[in-house]
Design a protein around this ligand. Sequence first.
Ligand SMILES: *Cc1c(COP(=O)(O)O)cnc(C)c1O
Length: 400
Amino acid sequence: MRPMTPESPAARKPGRLFFANPGPTNIPDSVLRAMDRPTTDFMSADFIEVYDRAVAGLKRLLFTTGEVFIYTSSGHGAWEATLQNLFSPGDRILMPEAGYFSRVWGAMARALGLEVEMPEADWRRGPDIGAIAERLAADTAHEIKAICIVHNETSTGVAVPLPEIRAALDAAGHPALLLADTISSFGSIEFRMADWGIDAVVGGSQKGLMLPAGLAFTAVSEKALAAHAQARLTRFYFDWTRMMARRHRSFTGTVPIAPFYGLLESVRLIEAEGIEAVWRRHHRLAEATRRAVSVWSGNQGVAFYCADPARRSDSVTAIRMPEGHDGEAVRRIAYDRFNVSLGAGLDPLGGKVFRIGHMGDLNEAMLLGTLGVVEMALRLARVPHARGGVDAAIEYLGAG
Ligand SMILES: *Cc1c(COP(=O)(O)O)cnc(C)c1O
């Protein structure tokens, strides 16, 4: 909800802001309540119990028993920490570029002094796993130290089948580490760290975990910890070795208290529903969104940005604007007139797409409200689309 300042007494709109961004996401009331508490001693037994239970829950949801390092930062900090702790100057990594987030992660790795191979994929389809397999097979000297994959490219709405990347590494007998950014998939889309052989997983608090931004983490395998012992990139605040020496096994300075009460509650909510049921709910709401977009795209106007139906994300749908139309116009109408916040296109897709986030604390009513507003905004902005998308979503969701 927008702040009501003395200068803008009319700024508040009645009802709820429908927050349909692909992160940050809606925060459940019980999570807000859980975090609303006074400062306490982070070395106290009470807090340490909350901390330990929250971290144990995080590990269960990640399907790992390995170490997890948690940072006071957004996802970008966890990316940086992960690179600094695993690599040495000049190490070669493979980072297929298939959207805004993989591009920025690659740019960060270069800035940190790594040798980054960034084969550009068709952004509308995501990384070409056949090409990755070929590159790994050709690297008989094993110069590639890691392959970094964005599981769910939030800018394009394309999800990558991580087990196929693992299979490509195994088929090539390649020892590279497998790093995954699960920032917009964790807690929304199936992810199994140990079973899928992922060595380092980067996640954040403000997407599927339904928390405010401000906590991010890396979960690591034994193999990644061994690589850390050899890694020589400069680091201090984010140094895992320093963190492991601490009682909390994270944080070089003050431990933030409130987010851990929130994390404990969000883990409780997810486990009360069941993580697999959470994945199924996301799939169902995503499928309803796709039914709507399929109808809207029926007359050569708006279209799915993701051109591969098998890779359409269950946490975000990016909608491509027809030539000559600006996605920002749709977003503006949705926000200003109907109090619905949609995701913008991220560079270089600014104005070329808008995005519907369907992740986190979301149900059918919230999704149908959002889809209804999107359809109204398309009409009002005179963007070519076929009518009846919301009906198709109702047809799907109401079928049982
Ligand atoms: C949101 C997001 C990030 C960036 O995280 P911040 O918390 O905004 O720093 C990185 N990768 C993906 C895939 C994301 O969706």
